[in-house]
Design a protein. Sequence first.
Length: 394
Amino acid sequence: MSALLFALLVPGPAGEPRAAARNRLADGIAVTLAFGYGALMLRLGDASRAGAPLPWYADAALGTLGCLALLRRRRRPVAVAAALLPLTAVSVMATGAMLVALFTVAIRRRGTVALLLAAAYVALVPVYYLLHDDPEFPLWVDLVVRACTAAGALGWGMFVGAYRRLTESLREHAARLEAEQQLRVDQARLTERARIAREMHDVLAHRMSMVSLHAGALEVRTDARPEEIAIAAGAIRTSAHEALQELRGVIGVLRDGAAGRPEPPQPGLADVPDLVAGARAMGLTVGYRCEPVAAGPPVLLGRTAYRIVQEGLTNARKHSPGERVDVLLAGAAGDGLRIRITNPCGPAAGPPEVPGAGAGLIGVGERVALAGGRVEYGRRGDAFRLEAWLPWPA
């Protein structure tokens, strides 16, 4: 029974659909308990004697009004307790309502307020005896009874209040943790989307730009010899096949990453010469210079450097077709790796033949930032320069 009463007197979360019904049920139980306790005290005190301050029916009426006042205890607990306090000086039955009011104040207000109300409640016992011509029990008995019952109401109320505050703090803490977890999930999702977009761009932009250029050449050169057409078609087929293979690798990593499978080998610094050779084979004039760079750079550095050069060649092919592109790699362990790609961008370069989404350089900036380096790009006179520095631990 006590567990049931405790559950009813401690409301659930504010948004719980059944909270209002529980509160109404708890109010009904509180009024019933107050009425029952007051009626018991009225019967034990034999208030029907002529010496009582009020006849028993008046006492019962005041006690009933006090019990009904408890229906407002949630909104104004101190006011309800203060209003019931003077009734306890003349009405025995009002003591039940007063104890429930003290219990509510102990839950919802500071302990000092509840203690002052309880002290005033006990201090009114002598007033009742002054108004009673022939009390049935000695003064000290009523003092002990009131003090014990008031202490019980305060103790239980403070315990319930502490439990409620603890429950609410735990609930808020759980909600805060859930919100933080959701924020981390959203951040991870955004990061993963950016990584996917970066990988897809790196994989497709370079190869598909080659396909577009060769297809455009076939379209405008209607007088091309069969041998030239075959070479261009072979280049298109090779570029499309390589793009498909790299795309399959990226999709495989995305699909099987949760299963713990190792990622397929990624291009690195050692693959940059092959990248330059492929660009030259596609008709791009590339000046490549690699100053002494020790072998065995970190994997992240090599992969980032490869993607930077790849993006630089792709942009040059899009925006400066037929122009020379200069690629420089320089650095060593302890000094960092410097990458510089320069291509003309003056009026002679003409409009871009291959459309771009503009996300490539953004992806380069993200990659360099992840590697702890820095990157600059933009127009320098009649040339466009992409320059990056990547840290290379000694």
